[in-house]
Design a protein around this ligand. Structure first.
Ligand SMILES: [Zn+2]
Length: 186
């Protein structure tokens, strides 16, 4: 991936996240693996900014000033799961709402969800902590998306598009569940 494509991906996917109400305000963050480290959005930056506000994390343990406060999660995912090359963290309303009503897993009832992410793990660790980073990275070894309860989604994939798609998929799955309330039938 050349640098121009990488920068374009940040702005293009950031704009989609914002326009599709997967993030609001200056919340959420994104990263792409690159040259032994990764590029990540800056703390407090708007994800739909063009040009994207990003910094490079070198991957040697040094934290670049200005990096998103959730850099620990991104570092843990890249260290633990070699195949993940991009990470998207968003605050989708329905995913956050359903995470406050459910147990430790969400089972999809919509067709895409059943096919691509039949169960989504919900974790309880607090934002910004190493515990959250370790838990999320561990679950993403065998999945593309997890939900931090009352907080938001962490999605990863082979590129920024795949991480975005799993963010969108999780929100769609949770929205359908909230509309249909299937647990009330039993
Ligand atoms: Zn967050």
């Amino acid at each position: 991936m050349n640098d121009q494509t990488l920068f374009t991906d940040f702005s293009r996917i950031g704009r989609r996240l914002f326009e599709e109400h997967l993030v609001g305000g200056n919340f959420g963050n994104m990263s792409i693996r690159h040259n032994g480290g990764y590029f990540i959005t800056c703390t407090g930056s708007y994800l739909d900014a063009d040009p994207a506000q990003i910094v490079f994390m070198p991957g040697n343990g040094r934290v670049t000033p200005g990096a998103s406060s959730e850099w620990r999660v991104h570092t843990a995912i890249y260290n633990e799961v070699p195949e993940h090359r991009a990470v998207v963290h968003a605050h989708p309303v329905h995913a956050v709402a359903l995470s406050l009503l459910c147990g430790s897993e969400i089972a999809a009832v919509d067709s895409e969800g059943k096919l691509l992410a039949p169960t989504i793990t919900v974790v309880d660790d607090a934002p910004g902590t190493q515990e959250l980073a370790d838990t999320v990275a561990s679950h993403l070894k065998n999945a593309n998306v997890v939900i931090a309860r009352g907080h938001g989604t962490f999605a990863a994939g082979k590129d920024m598009d795949q991480a975005y798609l799993f963010t969108s998929l999780a929100e769609h799955c949770c929205k359908v569940l909230l509309y249909t309330k299937p647990w009330q039938k039993y």
